[in-house]
Structure formats: structure tokens, C-alpha cells
Ligand binder design. Structure first.
Ligand code: NAD
Length: 493
């Protein structure tokens, strides 16, 4: 069995108070590792190391090109261990291996992208009204960054946080989710092998309510970057208030997938499934509301239900698996609770609606792909993020109604539109109050493009130049070209 420790001050360490946590494979609920489970004491030690590393160097003082070389080494090491990392991700998180392989490749490329970006021109020079002053604007590291991530993309979220944070010269402390530390532990092995200086990056494990909260609250931390639930996001904000540290939040969603009557029905059908059932629906941007043209409903919905009920659900390591288990028995119960609520609220189940049992499913957290039709906008299953393989269908008759339904949510993360009329598609995408959109597609994510939401889906953006921006301070420098006395105070001569 594997064991895993935290990476603090350049060393692999046990929790100060000796706490440990069993890590389970969600396909079987077998223990696959035992890892250190930290407390506030470990946070305090890590923060001190990060503070020293930031204030005294060498990481923040290095030339951008040199920092980039470390990121590139790490990217190559990730690629070299891609198969092993993907298998470990599937064993710990449950997602099918083919999805984990994408995550690993994306993670390596995220480090490469920010290694490239940090060596590109940053800042500005411009003329000010005083011809004797040259103004420059430079971008500088923020300092010590606490980075708190969820369990649905453990390796990829680690990369989304560490790559821009480190490229920008910050000293980063990553706190992984309780259930899924294994690929992050392996990533830090590789980070140590790449030779990053002590204190540049550290790894904490432990409960969100203690370790996460202490990191978000620490007066020695300059920024906290959080990905997770909206309720936790509010707690992070309150914790961060003490020293008014910078905060970025990537939160939940209830994203619409809008299918117009003129869409290619085969393409729309497969993407409607992919939007919700990829990653078992445990995806922040999941297309969990299908906003469907009423005139398609009679033909489209039976086909959708039939195809969804035939998705191969199983252990993510099995070669034919198309959808894996949910992360924990507790989360599965939460999802089944929403399904029960859907029944009580009077929605009609088109497929699924139950836990999967039987020889390959009985020990794991498997829920059948589930679709609810005949919903009303005020139903709990339509309004709340379920974070599982549960799709709700809402019907519309006009373009305006489609937009109104799509925007009728507290969230604003993502949205997809399917139509053969590109002008209409663009018009509708522009009216969606969300940060990430796709026309005739769903889910593709690019290291180059900004990731983040409107409304209660978050603050700030990750990825692209926008993601780097969130890890940089902005300083103006005014240089007097010909120093001269001011003559303001007579007494100064
Ligand atoms: P969560 O909010 O429960 O936990 C996320 C992380 O926060 C974990 O590391 C947890 O330990 C920590 N945490 C919990 N309480 C804390 C506290 N009081 N202070 C500090 N840290 C705390 O979320 P989850 O259940 O792990 O993940 C699911 C949620 O994440 C969903 O809502 C999903 O939409 C969201 N998510 C969003 C994005 C995005 O990019 N917008 C990406 C992935 C997941």
C-alpha cells in the first residue's frame, strides 16, 4: 500500500500531530493509500518557509527564463510519467482512464504554456504630461500564495494553480482535497526531481475546515486562489478578510446546453450526453441543464434516454468504461438525495434515477446516468448544482425564451449552443451571462483561453494571460530624466 507525506520546506514530512487519512478507490472503496493529514500547525510551518523563501529568495529573484526552465523540466517529467500518473488519477478519482490521460497531457502543457508566457514582454512604458518623467509599469510577484483545490481534477487543478503562480515568481502552498491527494504527491516528487528551490512550492494535506481555513486566514499569505464549491468560496472570502489578501475563486455551476430545432440532431445528442456525463457530471462546467427546442422533444428525448442508459459505467481502469464512480459514498448519497427530490418534485425520470448494483458495481459509488424531463424552473434539481450524472431538461419555443431559461440561475460558469445558424448561435452565446461558451461543441478547454465565471461562479480567471495576471502585482515607476530642485519650500533653499 502506498503512503504519502506532505512536502514542506523542501522535505517530505508527516503531519506535526501525526494524523493520517485512508485514501479509497471510488470504484471499490478499498484503501489504496494512507497519507498524512495535517492541522493548523503544519500550515503555520509551511507558511513560514514560504515567507522566508519569498522574502529572501532565490525563487522570486530569479530571471523569468530561469524559472521557466524549471517549469519546462517539470512538464517533461510529467510527460515521461504520463501513463503512471493517469492510472493513479483514475484509481484515486474514479474517472475513466481516457479522461485521466487528457488531464495529464493538459497539466504538462499548462506548465509549458506558463514557462513560455512568463518570458514574453510584460508591462508598459508611456508618456506622461511632464516631459521630464519617464513612466514604466512593471509586473511583480504577489508573494506567498495559498492554493486550495477540489477532488474532481486533482492533477490538472494542481497545474492550473502552480504553473502561473510559480511562473510569476510566487512561493506557492498547494492544499489538495482530502479524498484525492495521490497525483499531487507524485507531482511534488517530480517537482523535487526538477530541482525547484526550497520553499518555492509546498504541499499540504488535511481537512478544509482546519488546514484550508488556516491557509486562507494566515496574515503571512498574500493571496488565496480557490477552486471548489460556492458555499466554501464564501468561507474563504471571510477568512481572507483579516489581511485583505487577494482572492480568486473558481466556483460551481448549473450550466445550460441549448439545442435549437435546426441543430444537427446526431451531433447535438452526443454532445448533450458528453456535456453532463463526462467526468460522471462531477465537472464544474457540466452541461447539467438541457434547454431543448420543444419541437425536437418527441424525437430527441427518447433517443437521448436510450443512448444514455447504454453508457458503460464501471471501474475507470476497465478498457471499455465510459463513465466512472462518484468520488465517495457520501457524495453518492448526496446525488441520490437530489434524485429522490426530483421524484418528489414531480419531474419525470427518462432514464437512470438509481444507484447501480450488481457484480462490478456493488462495492463502488456508481449512479446510473439520469435524465429528468417535465421540470419546472423552480425545482431544486433545476436550481442547485448536483455535481453528478443528473441532467434536467427544460423546453423552449422561442430564442428569447431559450436565453431567459439559460440565464435563470445564480451561476454563470459555462454554456453551449447547438444550431446550424451561426449568426443565431453567436447572438445567443453573447446573451448568455457566463464566462465560457461553445458553439456546436461542449467542454473543450485551452491553456490559452480564460477560465472562470460570471455571477456566483467566481471571481477572476484562470489560464491564458488572464490567469498569469491574477498572480502579478502592478507597479508604476516614475523616472526623472533631468533631476532638478522643485522650489516648493522657500526654507529648503
Ligand atoms: P469544496 O468546496 O468542498 O472543497 C474544495 C477544497 O476546499 C478542498 O480542498 C477542501 O478541503 C477545501 N475546503 C473546504 N472547506 C474549506 C474552508 N472552510 N476553508 C478553506 N478550504 C476549505 O468542493 P469540492 O466538493 O471538493 O468540489 C466540488 C465543487 O468544486 C463544485 O461546486 C464544483 O463546481 C467546484 N469546482 C469548480 C471549478 C471551477 O473551475 N469553477 C472546478 C472544479 C470544481
Amino acid at each position: 500500500m502506498k503512503t504519502g507525506r506532505m512536502f514542506i520546506g523542501g522535505e517530505w514530512v508527516d503531519a506535526a500531530r501525526g494524523g493520517t487519512r485512508e485514501i479509497l478507490n471510488p470504484a471499490t472503496n478499498e484503501v489504496i493509500a494512507v497519507v498524512a493529514d495535517g492541522t493548523e500547525e503544519d500550515v503555520s510551518v509551511a507558511v513560514q518557509h514560504a515567507r522566508t523563501a519569498f522574502d529572501e529568495g532565490p525563487w522570486p529573484q530569479m530571471r523569468a527564463q530561469e524559472r521557466a526552465s524549471y517549469l519546462l523540466k517539470l512538464a517533461d517529467l510529467i510527460d515521461r510519467h504520463a501513463e503512471e500518473l493517469a492510472t493513479l488519477e483514475t484509481r484515486n478519482n474514479g474517472k475513466p482512464l481516457r479522461e485521466a490521460k487528457f488531464d495529464v497531457a493538459d497539466a504538462a502543457n499548462c506548465f509549458r504554456y506558463y514557462a513560455g508566457l512568463i518570458t514574453k514582454p510584460l508591462g508598459q512604458t508611456f508618456e506622461v504630461p511632464d516631459p521630464n518623467i519617464q513612466c514604466l509599469v512593471v509586473r511583480e510577484s504577489i508573494g506567498v500564495c495559498g492554493q486550495i483545490i477540489p477532488w474532481n481534477y486533482p492533477l490538472l487543478m494542481s497545474a492550473w494553480k502552480l504553473a502561473p503562480g510559480l511562473a510569476a515568481g510566487n512561493c506557492c502552498i498547494l492544499k489538495v482535497a482530502e479524498a484525492t491527494p495521490l497525483t499531487a504527491i507524485r507531482l511534488f516528487d517530480l517537482l523535487a526531481e526538477a530541482g525547484f528551490p526550497t520553499g518555492a512550492a509546498q504541499l499540504l494535506m488535511g481537512p478544509g475546515a482546519t488546514v484550508g481555513e488556516a491557509l486562507a486566514a494566515s496574515a503571512l499569505v498574500d493571496k488565496v486562489a480557490f477552486t471548489g464549491g460556492t458555499t466554501t468560496g464564501r468561507k474563504i472570502l471571510r477568512a481572507a478578510e483579516g489581511n485583505l489578501k487577494k482572492v480568486t475563486l473558481e466556483l460551481g455551476g448549473k450550466s445550460p446546453c441549448v439545442v435549437f430545432g435546426d441543430a444537427d440532431p446526431d451531433i447535438a445528442l452526443e454532445f448533450a450526453m458528453f456535456a453532463i456525463f463526462a467526468g460522471q457530471g462531477e465537472v464544474c462546467s457540466a452541461g447539467s441543464r438541457l434547454i431543448l427546442d420543444r419541437k425536437l422533444a418527441d424525437e430527441f428525448l427518447p433517443r437521448l434516454a436510450d443512448a444514455s442508459s447504454r453508457i458503460v459505467v464501471g471501474d475507470g481502469l476497465a478498457p471499455d468504461t465510459e463513465m466512472g464512480p462518484l468520488i465517495t459514498p457520501q457524495h453518492m448519497d448526496r446525488v441520490l438525495g437530489y434524485i429522490a427530490t426530483g421524484h418528489q418534485e414531480g419531474a419525470e425520470v427518462l432514464c437512470g434515477g438509481h444507484r447501480l448494483t450488481g457484480p462490478i458495481h456493488e462495492r463502488g459509488n456508481f449512479v446510473a446516468p439520469t435524465i429528468f424531463a417535465n421540470t419546472r424552473p423552480d425545482m431544486k434539481i433545476v436550481r442547485e448544482e448536483i455535481f453528478g450524472p443528473v441532467l434536467v431538461v427544460q423546453l423552449f419555443e422561442t430564442e428569447d425564451e431559450a436565453v431567459r431559461l439559460a440565464n435563470d440561475t445564480l451561476y454563470g460558469l459555462a454554456g453551449g449552443v447547438f444550431t446550424r445558424d451561426t449568426a443565431k448561435g453567436l447572438r445567443v452565446l453573447k446573451r448568455l451571462r457566463v464566462g465560457i461558451t461553445w458553439l456546436n461543441n461542449y467542454h473543450p478547454t485551452f491553456n490559452e483561453a480564460p477560465w472562470g465565471g460570471y455571477k456566483q461562479s467566481g471571481w477572476g480567471r484562470e489560464l491564458g494571460t488572464w490567469g498569469l495576471d491574477e498572480y502579478l502585482e502592478t507597479k508604476q515607476i516614475n523616472i526623472t530624466l533631468q533631476p532638478a530642485k522643485l522650489g516648493w519650500f522657500k526654507s529648503a533653499g
